[in-house]
Design a protein. Structure first.
Length: 96
């Protein structure tokens, strides 16, 4: 049951991004995707399941990924800025 709840909450948050983008624009959708509410949900489930120590380790691990997230976002931004198709821009972001 817990898995289904996590699946539904996480899926709902991600599914809202295109709706927000259509209604309020891409900048707001970008904020929603990286807003701490998504992270809060994940860390909340970790804390409930495994406690504060595991959540602390997860936070430290997440901090280590920030340069990779930044490289991905810069790659996607530059790819789309150059007028490339979205799929190619995403590929550049992944490659970065």
């Amino acid at each position: 049951m817990e898995f289904v709840l996590r699946f539904l909450v996480g899926g709902l948050l991600i599914a809202l991004a295109p709706i927000v983008a259509n209604r309020y624009g891409g900048s707001i959708a970008g904020l929603v995707l990286l807003f701490p509410v998504v992270t809060l949900t994940g860390f909340g489930f970790i804390a409930l399941r495994s406690g504060g120590g595991t959540m602390q380790s997860a936070a430290a691990g997440s901090l280590k990924t920030l340069p990779a997230v930044l490289a991905f976002l810069v790659g996607v931004y530059l790819g789309t800025r150059l007028g490339l198709p979205a799929s190619l821009a995403l590929g550049i972001g992944i490659g970065a």
